[in-house]
Design a protein around this ligand. Structure first.
Ligand SMILES: N[C@@H](CCC[C@H](N)C(=O)O)C(=O)O
Length: 277
């Protein structure tokens, strides 16, 4: 069948977005992989499916799939694109939108200047809940990989992240350490791997090797996890600009275990199309 879709991006982290409020389809993992292929399909880092809510207190539900076909819990850049999508498609007229994700509720605010703010919820630091294998909770964990010891912070923003602090992000071993850590046995559900260079207490540079997608131009949940990691290590203030290869996000985290991480940034529509599925 012919399905309508929109191609979007958040700072270069790109998405195929399908409206399942007004269309119906079933997608296998193989089909997602085929659509994600940049030569044979549409090409994307993640697929976003916009659906009616199952909980009547929410406005929508959205589901997220990585390019490798795996379903994931959360996506920061995707959440902003989702908000832009439902407004542009006139599926809602609200400025504050609530959405069900696989890990609970997200609240999105569209500001008059078009930037979108997402309440990403509180970070999860308990190792078993990330999930990360460790005897006790710590801000930094030593871990052996590729015959060396690296020091990382482990955080869930709904999805699992590891964050390493590096001296120079442009020279970080993202292509080798990224995949080795993504599938490390201490991350039973795999993980997204962030490499963060501290510029000042209010600015960092970040590259993220994403689980199921490889290095992307930006990762919203990765930016949130990086700021949490920097705060836990006493390196960052509460309001931090995160410079990713595709552009900058503003991240605010007050630092309490119940405090939400707030992420603000843009969402861009590239084109619309139809594809046989
Ligand atoms: N690009 C996303 C994160 C997408 C999911 C991630 N690859 C995972 O497997 O958890 C973002 O902007 O947060």
């Amino acid at each position: 069948m012919l399905v309508r879709f929109t191609k979007m991006h958040g700072l270069g982290n790109d998405f195929m977005v399908i409206d399942l409020v007004t269309q119906r389809i079933n997608l296998s993992e193989d089909k997602v992989r085929q659509l994600a292929d940049r030569h044979l399909g549409i090409g994307f880092d993640q697929l976003l499916l916009v659906e009616p809510p199952t909980n009547p207190e929410m406005d929508f539900r959205y589901r997220i799939y990585n390019a490798d076909g795996s379903e994931v819990e959360h996506c920061g850049n995707g959440a902003r694109c989702f908000a832009r999508f439902v407004r542009d498609k006139q599926l809602t007229t609200k400025d504050v939108i609530t959405v069900e994700t696989a890990k609970g509720k997200a609240v999105l605010t569209i500001h008059p200047d078009d930037r979108i703010e997402v309440d990403m919820g509180a970070p999860v630091l308990l190792p078993s809940a990330i999930p990360f294998i460790a005897e006790e909770q710590a801000a930094v964990y030593p871990l052996e990989v590729d015959n060396q010891i690296v020091h990382l912070s482990a955080i869930s923003m709904g999805n699992p992240h590891a964050v390493l602090v590096v001296d120079n992000v442009d020279q970080a071993a993202v292509e080798t350490l990224g995949p080795a850590l993504e599938s490390h046995s201490r991350f039973p559900a795999k993980a997204n791997i962030g490499f963060m260079q501290i510029i000042s207490p209010n600015a960092v540079k970040l590259r993220v090797y994403e689980r199921g997608a490889g290095e992307t131009m930006a990762c919203g949940t990765g930016a949130c996890a990086a700021v949490v990691a920097g705060r836990l290590r006493g390196l960052l203030d509460e309001n931090v600009k995160v410079y990713l290869p595709g552009g900058a996000l503003q991240i605010i985290w007050k630092g309490g275990t119940d405090d939400s991480v707030m992420m603000t940034g843009p969402a861009t529509t590239v084109f619309e199309g139809q594809v046989f599925i």
